[in-house]
Ligand binder design. Sequence first.
Ligand SMILES: Nc1ncnc2c1ncn2[C@@H]1O[C@H](COP(=O)(O)OP(=O)(O)OP(=O)(O)O)[C@@H](O)[C@H]1O
Ligand SMILES: [Mg+2]
Length: 325
Amino acid sequence: MIEAINLHKRYGGFTAVDDLSFQVEPGQVLGFLGPNGAGKSTTMKMLTGFLSPTSGTARILGHDILDDSLAARRCMGYLPEGAPSYGEMTVSEFLRFVARARGLDAGAVDSAAGAAMERLNLGGVVHQPIDTLSKGFKRRVGLAQAILHDPQVLILDEPTDGLDPNQKHEVRRLIQDMASDKIIVISTHILEEVEAVCNRVMIIARGRLLADDTPAALVARSRYHNAVTLVVDNAESAASTLSELPQVAKAEIRDGALTVFPAGAGLFEAVSGAVAQHGWQVRELRLENGRFDEVFRTITRDVDPNTEQTPDQEAGHHAVVEEAR
Ligand SMILES: Nc1ncnc2c1ncn2[C@@H]1O[C@H](COP(=O)(O)OP(=O)(O)OP(=O)(O)O)[C@@H](O)[C@H]1O
Ligand SMILES: [Mg+2]
């Protein structure tokens, strides 16, 4: 497993990572989330031995990243932020170079480079210098070098940044395929990606751990969890009518959609019953799971210097039609 033990990183007087401790087990795909500057890349750099911690350490499959650095790095594949590589090399030259650096023997170099190129759909650019590739292809070359030696541990810093929708889908599938027996840590700003591939999420801000949970449990913290949203022509009057129901705590209209929040069980049935009873023309009716972006903002708003507006302040911008009686 991965063990991060009281990791600290200071740059001069500035603390980028502030006492992070956590463990990641095989089979876990951990999503690292946090606002810009939260310390995600810095933490990944320390886990992979690229940066020394100011204090604390990490162990990768039992190998201390400071005392036993080479052994720790052998069992890891790392896609650094921005997917750096050697731009003057062709894709094939670069991947074969990485394979040799990883210590693969001559026979295995070609097959490992070939397999990695195939998995990342790099067939069309094998002989092209990396400097001449588009951003998304460069990222895929970075991913190819990370998985080349079939490592037990993968640390991927924004693996799908810059990829087109088809390639995002392919890379998520690749991560899912590799997930069962590996330890995978990814950072991302795409919340739907976390729900699609991660079975654990850590939210950090200002270098501190603020939440560590499953995606489903985090989404369930949303105020929209188990709310019902309708798109209906007569939203104002529907809101007043629905507010009379004992299952409804509150009704809100936002961007033309009416959301009612639960006061107890059976909200969806009660709302569908009212729709049928009154013959409303409903264009959309859905039970909400929760909204990840709202949970993210709620968790990080007090510690993120980039944010000026809190979800509560935003709530003031739309009509709260009926409060709980
Ligand atoms: N070499 C450095 N010298 C000084 N400060 C640095 C250095 N590297 C990073 N920092 C600072 O440390 C903090 C954390 O940076 P880091 O790159 O880890 O953030 P991040 O969570 O990866 O952000 P992003 O989402 O933008 O990638 C930032 O405030 C950054 O400016
Ligand atoms: Mg980063």
